[in-house]
Design a binder for this molecule. Structure first.
Ligand code: THU
Length: 129
């Protein structure tokens, strides 16, 4: 990884501070590392119509894709003050569309790093191909 896991977690923690989560009060930040070494971040953005909420992971991915990126290496997630916060099922499926080989990292700044492959988190992924 061009950027170390601790740095990626620190960037996710920074993005978490931007979260708009007045309903759940659970703030999440994500930092997505591209194959070219750039990092795109995202935070959760909630809505009064609860189901319209978008998770931090998808905000980071969509920012990156909208900027023209297509290849991703690793994603760090920081959720509230949890020791580990892995992406929800919906985000796993969306991430798999672009990066089936993605490495997922979660933790808190200064704490232990938890690592899984997206393949471990979403085995037998649905695909049309
Ligand atoms: N959330 C994320 O941002 N990522 C996840 O992987 C799971 C949940 C957000 C959605 C909502 O704003 C809050 O966390 C509580 O569910």
């Amino acid at each position: 990884m061009a950027c170390n896991p601790e740095d990626l977690i620190a960037m996710a923690a920074g993005a978490k501070e931007k979260a708009y989560a007045p309903y759940s009060r659970f703030q999440v930040g994500a930092a997505l590392l591209t194959a070219g070494g750039k990092v795109y971040t995202g935070c959760n953005i909630e809505n009064a119509s609860y189901s319209l909420t978008t998770c931090a992971e998808r905000v980071a991915l969509f920012q990156a894709v909208a900027a023209g990126e297509r290849e991703f290496v690793a994603l760090a997630v920081v959720g509230g003050d949890l020791a580990a916060c892995f992406p929800c099922g919906a985000c796993r499926q969306v991430l798999a569309e672009f990066a089936p080989e993605l490495e997922i990292i979660t933790g808190q700044p200064g704490g232990p790093v938890h690592r899984r492959s997206l393949k471990e988190l979403l085995p037998d992924t649905f695909t049309l191909k």
